[in-house]
Each structure stands twice: as structure tokens, then as C-alpha cells.
Design a protein around this ligand. Structure first.
Ligand code: GRG
Length: 294
């Protein structure tokens, strides 16, 4: 396997995901919505980020992170199922397909999300590739990133900001939690699994944070620029839900400028990580191209 190939890593990820799906001892009625949502065409950015960082070191390192990568995608998938629910964003489409509560029903979608969230921690606890100390640290980080002072807090902030004027600082904070925390978990978990130095870990955390901001601005811009065929959730659902977004607060052109600035910042961090670790981390630039506009 060439070290820099994201497609290869995606194949590794899909194989590992399928393996864990097969191992689930879940009633078929629950398995169906879980698989429907897990295999619904996600870009796998968070698990790929984790695997790519480890793969820059070696294939052996990367394989150690495979189960944690699946657990992370379980949590991301749960968050999307719950985010789409009538009580939250009330979206009928996700990735151009009916959302879980439309395809199945609301109660089933809620339970599928609950199951994915809970099962994620079981996957990590049972992972024989990691040392006990690494597992405890990773479980602690993932629960913080996803929980009441992580992604859930971001989602609450997002709901509270609906139909309200908020400042750019407040918007940044919401996104740091709602979107950034899982990306930061991906980069920090890689550092823990790879047993990297604290200095490299700190830079990777920095990269995760910056990528989170970048990805959110990009997502807000897409919501305005694209039609549903690209964003997969219907035209400007943020506008419909009266959400504060970067384009709403800054305008289109300034949002694009901030996107460019954050991208430069991310590129500089990649250079620093490469220099400090002596390992080529240029694969991280491939993640930045997911935030291209046009
Ligand atoms: C319900 C607790 C709870 C949290 C939901 C992630 C989230 C928090 C809501 C999703 C809404 C949203 C648009 C968030 C911004 C981050 C984002 C762009 C999520 C979509 O992630 P992608 O693009 O999705 O990685 P795919 O489809 O590729 O898996």
C-alpha cells in the first residue's frame, strides 16, 4: 500500500466497519436502520483523518487505529441521525437519501442513534490491538468530545442560537464544539494510538481544531451556494431553520476570505508537524481539498 492513498485507507476502513457490523448481536429491526445510516455514503472524514495520521508513520500503526476509527464513525452517524430528527433540524434528506426517521420511523431512528453511540464505547473497550491505558484515555477523550461538554453542548448552542442574532465569537464557539470536537478527537486519538510525543500531539490537536473551523465554514458556504444535489439535504436548510451561519454573519465574500485564512493556517500546521516529527504528513493536505469551493 502506498502511504499517501486515501482510497486504500477508505477500503481498510470499510472492511473493518463491515467486520464490526457482522459481529453485532443486534436484533434485525435495529440492525437495519444502523446499517442504513452507517452505509449511506458518508465521506468518512473523521476515521480517515485518524487512519491517515497513523499511516504516515507506518501501516502497522494505522492498523492499530482501525477499531477506534469505526467507533468514531458510529458516533458521527448517531449524531447525524439525531440531528435530522423532527425535534432537531427536521430534515427529510441526508446525503440525498431519506433520513433514518423517514425511511423507518422516529422511535426506531432515535434507538438506532442510541445504539450506535453506546456500541462505540464497547468497540473500543473490546479492542485487543490497544493497551488498557490507551483504551481508557481514548474512551475518556471520545466521551468528552461527544458528550455534554463536547458535541452535545455544541448542538444545544446551535439550537439556542436559532432565530437569534449571535456574534461571530459565539458562532465560532458553537462550531468548535458541534463540529470541531470529533475532528480533534480523530487527531488526538491517532497521537495516543501511535504513542507520539506531546509536542506532536499538541500540533495534531491544533490541526483538528483548525480543520473543524474550516469544514464548518465550508459547510455553511455550501448550504448557500449549492442546491440539494450537492449538499444532499435540500436547498439552504440553514436558512429555512433560521440558523446563524458564517455567510449570514459575514457575508459570502468575507466568509470565503476567512476560509482561505484558515486553510493557510492548516497548511502551516502540517508543515510544522512534518518538521517536528521527521515524518511526511503531507497526506493531511488531501483533507483540506474537501473544503474547496467551486
Ligand atoms: C445530535 C448530539 C447531536 C449532535 C449533532 C454533527 C452534528 C451535531 C450535526 C450535523 C449538522 C451539521 C451540518 C454539522 C456540521 C458538521 C457537518 C458538516 C457534519 C456533516 O459531516 P460530514 O460532511 O458528513 O462529514 P458525511 O455525510 O460525509 O458523513
Amino acid at each position: 500500500m502506498t502511504k499517501q492513498d486515501l482510497n486504500d485507507l477508505r477500503n481498510v476502513f470499510e472492511t473493518e466497519l463491515d467486520k464490526h457490523i457482522r459481529l453485532l448481536q443486534t436484533p434485525i429491526e435495529m440492525l437495519k436502520p444502523m446499517i442504513y445510516s452507517l452505509k449511506g455514503g458518508g465521506k468518512r472524514l473523521r476515521p480517515l483523518l485518524l487512519l491517515a495520521i497513523l499511516n504516515a508513520e507506518s501501516e502497522k500503526h494505522m492498523k492499530k487505529g482501525a477499531t477506534t476509527a469505526v467507533a468514531l464513525e458510529f458516533i458521527h452517524t448517531y449524531s447525524l441521525i439525531h440531528d435530522d430528527l423532527p425535534a432537531m433540524d427536521n430534515d427529510d434528506l441526508r446525503r440525498g437519501q431519506p433520513t433514518a426517521h423517514i425511511k423507518f420511523d422516529e422511535a426506531t431512528a432515535i434507538l438506532a442513534g442510541d445504539a450506535l453511540l453506546t456500541d462505540a464505547f464497547c468497540l473500543i473497550s473490546d479492542d485487543s490491538k490497544l493497551k488498557s491505558k490507551q483504551k481508557v484515555k481514548i474512551i475518556s477523550l471520545l466521551s468528552s468530545a461527544a458528550g455534554s461538554h463536547g458535541m452535545v453542548a455544541g448542538q444545544l448552542g446551535d439550537m439556542q442560537a436559532e432565530n437569534k442574532e449571535i456574534t461571530l465569537e459565539e458562532l465560532n464557539q458553537i462550531h468548535e464544539f458541534k463540529t470541531g470536537k470529533l475532528f480533534t478527537f480523530a487527531t488526538q486519538a491517532a497521537a495516543i494510538i501511535g504513542e507520539f510525543t506531546p509536542e506532536v500531539e499538541e500540533l495534531l490537536v491544533n490541526f483538528g481544531e483548525t480543520f473543524g473551523v474550516l469544514y464548518q465554514i465550508h459547510n455553511d458556504l455550501l448550504d448557500v451556494i449549492d442546491d440539494s444535489s450537492l449538499s444532499g439535504k435540500g436547498h439552504s436548510s440553514d436558512e429555512f431553520n433560521k440558523k446563524s451561519t458564517y455567510p449570514n454573519l459575514l457575508g459570502l465574500e468575507e466568509s470565503k476570505e476567512v476560509l482561505g485564512q484558515e486553510r493557510e493556517k492548516a497548511e502551516k500546521i502540517i508543515e510544522k508537524i512534518t518538521k517536528l516529527s521527521g515524518t511526511d504528513y503531507s497526506i493531511l493536505n488531501k483533507f483540506l481539498s474537501f473544503t474547496d469551493i467551486d
